[in-house]
Design a protein around this ligand. Structure first.
Ligand SMILES: *Cc1c(COP(=O)(O)O)cnc(C)c1O
Length: 468
């Protein structure tokens, strides 16, 4: 053991190695020294703990220098990077949810590289409000009187509850005590906002009289939460917005609906089940409606709140808003996204989320044929074929919606499907796909058309590594 420990070179000596001198000239010196220490420490621990037979360890200066070089390069390589989503889940929370439209993405680099009028009124030559940049667009699109943007929909829920119902009671149906990913649970958010939750009804049925019976002089708000990531089916009943609004008006209590996804177009026209639109909630008289910017809307991460001027005004005065405020990038790309919606056909074409929803099996077929043919032609060891299956909307939207689609199944001879999927994930441009019946499944619905070729290239590379 001592013998092997003695073989490990001193840090300063290793730093004299040509390979590392080269690395030192390109990367921060402190970082390289730290990583040299880390690599040498690892070797020392391996020897002391007898983890591997010490004879197998490469303790040569050249070997260690190469290892340090790789560790430095890996440390400095981009960590948040583009990946190819071949899973068919359109709003994949782990893969960054909505992809921005071309124009919404372009505006980001322009705004980032220059000063902008974020809070400057160019007509008046004085301080302006960042929120006014998109207010009129949101009002036009949803029919609401006023609007406000915060960091995400969770922040919107927090702001609404703590502004309108701090220390007071909020009525919510037991069927809507939602939990969404990332440990956001409605009853916990209520607590954090200083509200007293008054649960009404049962899990599967809530009647209008349940709401009515729960109203006291301490009731500040009636809340509705869209059960975006689950559905209660069978013997069930929830109260329609209109009825609830009528009851609330009688008692002069505002109604707030957390819509979750919040679509602006009627998705039924495109072959998907009905998802309540923001316009419908506003038209039913709901006083405040909130929804995400990066779910079905297809824009940047944001929480959009629309509704009556009186209540939006109160939200704007809450000091919490300063902690939840959006930056110039969110506003810039949200503006472009909202403008697409001024013409529905444009929104359906330009916003990737909607474009992907709209795609039919017939639309996808020619692309899949070409993809499958290329794989069969270029990779002798591959078996590729087209099969029927389903895509998902994801992102906690329309959980039961299975969109019929065509998929490509691929299997490489002499290689386990799991191993290939690991290689795909570890590629320069990582590719995430599904595995089903021991085959790789590619759903091109969520793959950007220009990425088809990249998948084929990586599959070729993988099949060749194995040959060697
Ligand atoms: C997704 C969702 C949220 C949270 O929205 P984020 O934009 O992810 O913060 C809140 N409520 C419901 C019902 C949701 O579906």
């Amino acid at each position: 053991m001592q013998e092997y420990l003695r073989k490990i070179p001193a840090v300063n000596r290793l730093l004299q190695n040509e390979e590392l001198k080269n690395i030192l000239s390109q990367y921060p010196q402190d970082l390289v020294v730290d990583l040299v220490n880390q690599v040498l420490d690892e070797k020392r621990q391996m020897i002391l703990q007898n983890k591997v037979e010490a004879t197998y360890l490469d303790l040569s200066e050249e070997g260690l220098a190469r290892e340090v070089r790789d560790v430095v390069l890996q440390y400095m390589a981009p960590r948040l990077k583009k990946v190819i989503n071949a899973t068919g889940t359109i709003l994949h929370t782990n893969l960054g949810r909505a992809v921005l439209s071309e124009q919404a993405a372009d505006v980001l680099t322009q705004i980032a590289r220059s000063y902008c009028n974020l809070e400057y009124d160019l007509e008046e030559g004085r301080r302006g409000s960042r929120y006014s940049l998109v207010t009129d667009l949101l009002c036009r699109l949803t029919g609401a009187e006023d609007a406000l943007i915060v960091n995400n929909n969770a922040a919107a829920v927090l702001l609404v509850l703590s502004t309108l119902a701090n220390n007071q009671e909020v009525i919510l149906s037991r069927g809507e005590l939602v939990e969404i990913g990332g440990s956001f649970r409605m009853h916990e958010v209520m607590k954090a906002s200083g509200c007293i939750l008054k649960e009404v009804g049962s899990t599967n049925k809530t009647h209008l009289f349940d709401y009515e019976d729960a109203i006291t002089e301490n009731t500040a708000l009636i809340a509705k939460v869209h059960t975006s990531n689950y559905q209660i089916v069978g013997f069930s009943q929830m109260i329609e917005n209109q009825e609830l609004v009528e009851l609330a008006r009688k008692h002069q209590i505002p109604v707030y609906e957390d819509l979750g996804s919040g679509v602006l177009v009627n998705l039924e026209r495109y072959g998907v089940s009905h998802e309540p639109t923001v316009q419908e909630a506003v038209a039913a008289g709901v006083d405040l409606v909130s929804f995400s910017g990066d779910k079905l809307l297809g824009g940047p991460q944001a929480g959009v709140i629309v509704g009556r001027k009186k209540f939006i005004g109160r939200l704007k005065k809450n000091h919490l808003l300063r902690a939840l405020r959006v930056d110039k990038f969110t506003l810039a790309s949200l503006e472009v996204t909202l403008k697409h919606y001024l013409r529905e056909e444009e929104a359906m074409e330009e916003i990737p989320t909607l474009r992907m929803i709209k795609l039919t099996s017939d639309d996808l077929a020619p692309r899949l044929e070409a993809f499958t043919q290329q794989i069969s032609k270029q990779i002798p060891s591959a078996v590729a074929h087209i099969l029927e299956g389903f895509s998902m909307i994801g992102g906690g939207s329309l959980p039961l919606e299975k969109m019929p689609t065509l998929l490509v199944g691929v299997k490489l001879a002499n290689l386990s499907t799991t191993d290939v999927s690991i290689c795909l994930r570890e590629a320069q441009m990582p590719i995430i796909c599904r595995i089903q019946d021991d085959e790789l499944i590619f759903d091109l619905r969520t793959v950007l058309p220009e990425q088809d070729r990249e998948i084929i290239k990586v599959l070729i590379d993988i099949s060749q590594i194995v040959k060697k």
